[in-house]
Design a protein around this ligand. Structure first.
Ligand code: FES
Length: 105
């Protein structure tokens, strides 16, 4: 599936991410700036914070309680915030648009 990452400055990256990988892994593997993923995907660091494009919020779904707690530590959390390590790529998400925050710190 093709995932589109849009940096805060508008730079777009269209990346093929394998099914079963997380949106965070797709960014890290392809050196997309704006996602750090310091905890390696265990839902505890908030440095993989991203915003899901409004057209995709319903399909991607919201965070669970644990993720919600971690998101509170992110800079500038919003209603469409997710931890990208907690979004698993599937064919359903082909074309997903992920907006990257200005900073992870
Ligand atoms: Fe740490 Fe996602 S990589 S919370």
């Amino acid at each position: 599936p093709l995932i589109k990452y849009v940096e805060h400055n508008g730079t777009e990256h269209q990346i093929q991410v394998s099914n079963g990988q997380s949106v965070m892994e797709g960014a890290i593997d392809n050196m997309v700036d704006g996602i750090a993923g310091e905890c390696g995907g265990s839902c505890s660091c908030a440095t993989c914070h991203c915003y899901v494009h409004e057209d995709w919020v319903a399909k991607v779904g919201g965070p669970n309680e644990i993720e919600e707690g971690v998101l509170e530590c992110a800079a500038d959390p919003r209603a469409n915030s997710r931890l990208s390590c907690q979004i698993t790529v599937t064919d359903e998400l082909d074309g997903l648009v992920i907006l990257l925050p200005e900073s992870q710190y």
